[in-house]
Ligand binder design. Sequence first.
Ligand SMILES: Cc1ncc(COP(=O)(O)O)c(C=O)c1O
Length: 388
Amino acid sequence: MSSFSSIFEFIRGLYPKSQDEMIPLHEPRFLGNEKLYLNECIDSGFVSSVGEFVDKFEQEIARFCGSKYAIATSNGTSALHAILHAVGVDRDCEVITQALSFIATSNAIAYTGAVPVYIDVDLDSLSLSPNALEEFLNNHAQKQDNQCINKHTGKIIKVCMPMHTFGHPARTEEIAKICKDWNILLIEDSAESLGSYYLKKGVKTHTGSEGIASAMSFNGNKTITCGGGGVIITDDEKLAKKLKHITTTAKVPHPYEYYHDMLGFNYRLPNLNAALALAQMEQLPVFLEKKLEVAKAYEDFCFKHGFEFVSARADTLPNFWLNAIKLPNKQKRDDFLTQSNAQGIMTRPIWMPNHQNPMYQHCQHDGLKNSLYLQDRIINLPSSVRIS
Ligand SMILES: Cc1ncc(COP(=O)(O)O)c(C=O)c1O
């Protein structure tokens, strides 16, 4: 018997399936008004770029996250790209981010012509470390004409973009202070953190509200999905207007003329996807409760059976989008991955840190000690909302 048989048995108990069916990492659940709203949308004829579902979904997201504005986009990557473009990130700039992320974080930076600079993560939040950020800036940056300049490349470090890994909130309050001191804009990659909060003195604050803007994803594997989709949240009215404009081809409203007053993108969310997204939003509170139950069950099991579960940091309430365990070394990680997947339990390692991919091998980084340590040890476990 493998040393992992107890946890495999436990996962099979959480997600009962017939012998030959795979237990997925994260399955979508369509348990509410999805079909009703989709039919309404089709019947209306407004399935594409305009329609009331887009407006309703944006209002609902803004309300849920406590942000003033929400702009729906075609996916999370386009949301990130649009924000970076809107704040003026270009080929003369660098963007500090974590290497330990899904590749879209780096890709969105590269689309602007800017270069990612990789900073290490914290071992507990798995997200960009303010200590590592401060150390990097003290060693490699200088303040010049209200800008932060990389002493080695001469480029402007314009933005810092932490990511809330697997829904665990990054230490953004501390990161924001450092960014302010160094004249760096803070943008949050909140693709994975819809429904993740900071808890401070009894007050719940949604992730993504510390930076000038934040992007989320509604890809098929996320806490809620609309097939493909994203959203930008911000409290900045001017930025919100610009983002709505550039994500909808920068067309100036006119009864018939096609006039576009700046470079724009076709990044809007189709009304059809928004219909699905709105129905999913209605179920989000229940999804979050059920995901918390799964996380607690994993946490209890791990505690009793000697596995290290990635728990919530103090003063945070993660959405536990993907639950994670930390194994003692790479050999154990690989054994776990091989055995679980062979037995029909879908598990995945954390991403290869982005700088290990060919497009980003040249990027400056700080050694990424924790990122490399976690790469060898972290595994995601099946985390779908359970149907009871
Ligand atoms: C951290 C992170 N950033 C960005 C994205 C991009 O989102 P999308 O797939 O909707 O483009 C994702 C997820 O897919 C993600 O996990």
